[in-house]
Ligand binder design. Structure first.
Ligand code: SF4
Length: 315
């Protein structure tokens, strides 16, 4: 499968922090593939996805390689970044109300990119907007409405239609269903899956919801403290996690079926950016840690970064 996103050894350092926020991330997304990026808050998953659009925090120093459809994002000038964001890659944000100008009609919001960046006439941009609104289950009536006249679920559909207006090769979805109720969440996930198949778009789905990641993705990357801890197919990861952190995350999900049991919380907290991590970043919270773990960082070998793997720590 041709990769539409290739991230190699991505390190991101911010001023006044003791360790990099991303410490050497490797990740790929193939055309037509859905890849989930999961982990607790502060693990670096959002920064990793934003790096694909060259959206880095102010003052950040990035090294490594981030390629979208073969073009290196980290070396792009402003013009190239603008065309990347207006054509090859698009992002759906967590809160659609924060991403759409409340003073403009949905029609203007949807068609602007095609009219301004791609030279489409108003009529052809509008025709494309109607086509995509129908694809996401909305009618052309929405074009004349303002954001405050739509529900959260409808606005997120508008965001998805907006992201697809330019037929991106790569779609980045950053917790796109977190602000929605459960029924609308399910509808949005089904819609993303259908659209990905129809348009052959590569989808990077950022979420802290492991159940959702299992339902939507082909492959999963589990991140912790700016590093990939485990990567596997969704089935492999959820049936037999190999990394202690992935196993602990799964153990913390409440069971909806079978005998009643208390989910096992992961002890301690994720390390802050003021803490140096000379060894395995999970060592302070890991039930399997040995002396070596606090001193020596485990490399990612065969999809797992743990000194004690190969062999499942879960089974
Ligand atoms: Fe736990 Fe050590 Fe493996 Fe880190 S390297 S996950 S501390 S066993």
């Amino acid at each position: 499968m041709t990769p539409v996103l290739e991230i190699e050894g991505l390190r991101l350092a911010l001023p006044d922090t003791a360790r990099p926020v991303l410490a050497g991330v490797d990740l790929t997304v193939g055309a037509g593939e859905t890849v989930a990026l999961v982990g607790e808050s502060g693990s670096g998953k959002t920064l990793t996805s934003r790096a694909a659009l060259g959206l880095l925090p102010r003052g950040a120093m990035a090294t490594g390689r981030v390629k979208v459809d073969g073009a290196d994002v980290l070396t792009m000038n402003r013009g190239a970044l603008r065309s990347l964001r207006a054509g090859t890659a698009a992002m759906i944000f967590q809160d659609p109300r924060a991403a759409i100008n409340p003073l403009r009609r949905i029609g203007d919001f949807l068609t602007e990119s095609l009219r301004v960046n791609s030279g489409h006439s108003r009529a052809s941009a509008q025709a494309r907007a109607v086509e995509l609104l129908e694809a996401v289950g909305l009618t052309s009536r929405v074009l004349r409405q303002y954001p405050h006249q739509l529900s959260g679920g409808m606005l997120q559909r508008v965001m998805i239609a907006s992201a697809l207006m330019v037929e991106p090769r790569l779609l980045l979805a950053d917790e796109p269903t977190t602000a929605l109720d459960v029924t609308t969440q399910a509808e949005i996930v089904a819609l993303l899956t259908e659209l990905r198949e129809r348009f052959g778009t590569g989808l990077l789905f950022v979420t802290h919801d492991l159940g959702l990641a299992a339902a939507i993705s082909d492959r999963v990357y589990v991140m912790y403290a700016g590093l990939v801890m485990e990567t596997a197919t969704a089935r492999e990861l959820f049936v037999r996690p190999r990394h202690p952190y992935a196993a602990a995350l799964l153990g913390a999900i409440p069971a909806l079926e079978g005998p009643r049991s208390t989910p096992a919380a992961i002890p301690g907290q994720a390390p802050g950016l003021d803490v140096e991590l000379p060894g395995c970043p999970f060592a302070a919270r890991c039930a399997h840690a040995v002396e070596r773990c606090a001193a020596e960082p485990p490399p990612l070998v065969d999809g797992v970064a743990c000194h004690l793997v190969p062999g499942s720590v879960h089974g």
